[in-house]
Write a protein that binds this ligand. Structure first.
Ligand code: BV8
Ligand code: ZN
Length: 250
């Protein structure tokens, strides 16, 4: 795919040192992990409020637990794709590359990215809703009905942020800080409708960063970005990396 850089983008690339990737479910689509709101989105059948929500879990713990088991089983079969790998390779071109992801699938870490902030948690981790004891043992992922805490008998839940729950404040703060300081903010595979995560690129823009969106369709943030690339992130990111490396070499 021939990727061209506008003069303004070329200028930014030449002088940039801090890069931020803000990613969503779309970057994992080519790894076989369904997105949330796309045409085959997992939330087409059941509403997010019915699943990614603490009351839904209390009302029907086995149903919610099984939904996460289903997603974990898909994730266990999946591999990081060329998009995740290209983002890791950007670390060889710029001094600072930060990944701020809404995804809970751990694929950026598995691709080898060094600095990854998970705003919505990690589906491979769990904890007791009563005593908060951690249950991060992967074998838990193969239990069909919601497990009970060995300490207090409480229900064990996935360590992800549900609707109506606060994001991990330390992770959100450090991500906001990275957005404040970055020279270029890539927005990859997200519909940018979930807050406060979707404030990250807005923070970057207000601090003067150049915004680049990579998506198969336009989104809520498309009218605020400086450069859009429409297509699959697994195809665009490797070619964009190459074009940027050539630019910085010249
Ligand atoms: C909170 C859980 C309050 C884990 C998720 C303003 C401020 C604060 C809150 C709100 C606000 N307005 C509304 C709210 C409430 C709510 C919210 O944002 N609702 C929205 C839907 C209207 N936010 C919350 O409830 C948050 N909590 O604010 O608490 C609070 C405050 C103080 C004290 C107490 C409480 C919590 C939000 C987190 C919810 N949890 N997930 C899980 O099960 O996964 S959200 C869920 O959506 C995922 O985390 C996902 O990452 C996230 C965003 O979705 P996307 O990643 O963008 O995925 P989507 O399918 O939408 O889009 C995919 C995109 O990829 C598309 O654009 C598609 O075109 C593109 N694509 C597809 N294929 C490709 C591709 N692009 C490139 N290449 C491809 N191949
Ligand atoms: Zn417990």
């Amino acid at each position: 795919m021939d990727i061209s850089l506008t003069d303004r983008f070329r200028e930014k690339v030449k002088n940039a040192s801090k890069i931020l990737f803000f990613t969503g479910a779309g970057i994992s689509a080519e790894s076989g992990i369904p997105t949330f709101r796309g045409k085959d989105g997992i939330w087409n059948k059941l509403k997010p409020e019915e699943l990614a929500n603490f009351n839904a879990f209390l009302k029907n713990p086995d149903m919610v637990w099984n939904w996460y088991q289903h997603r974990r089983s898909i994730i266990h079969e999946s591999q990081p794709n060329a998009g995740h790998i290209a983002i890791r390779e950007f670390e060889k071109v710029f001094n600072e590359v930060t990944v701020v992801t809404q995804n809970v699938d751990n694929l950026h870490r598995r691709a080898g990215s060094k600095v990854v902030y998970e705003l919505h948690g990690n589906i491979e981790k769990n904890y007791c809703i009563q005593c908060k004891k951690r249950y991060d043992d992967p074998s838990l992922a193969f239990i069909d009905s919601v497990p009970k805490c060995s300490e207090c008998g409480g229900l064990i839940r996935p360590d992800v942020v549900w609707f109506g729950e606060m994001l991990p404040q330390d992770v959100f703060r450090i991500s906001e800080n990275a957005a404040d300081l970055c020279d270029i903010c890539f927005i990859v595979g997200t519909s940018s409708v979930v807050y406060p995560a979707a404030y990250i690129p807005i923070t970057a823009k207000s601090s003067g960063a150049f915004l680049v969106e990579i998506n198969i369709a336009s989104t809520e943030i498309s009218d605020q970005v400086d450069q859009s690339y429409f297509g699959k992130s697994g195809e665009i990111l490797p070619d964009l990396l190459k074009a940027i490396m050539d630019e910085r070499r010249n």
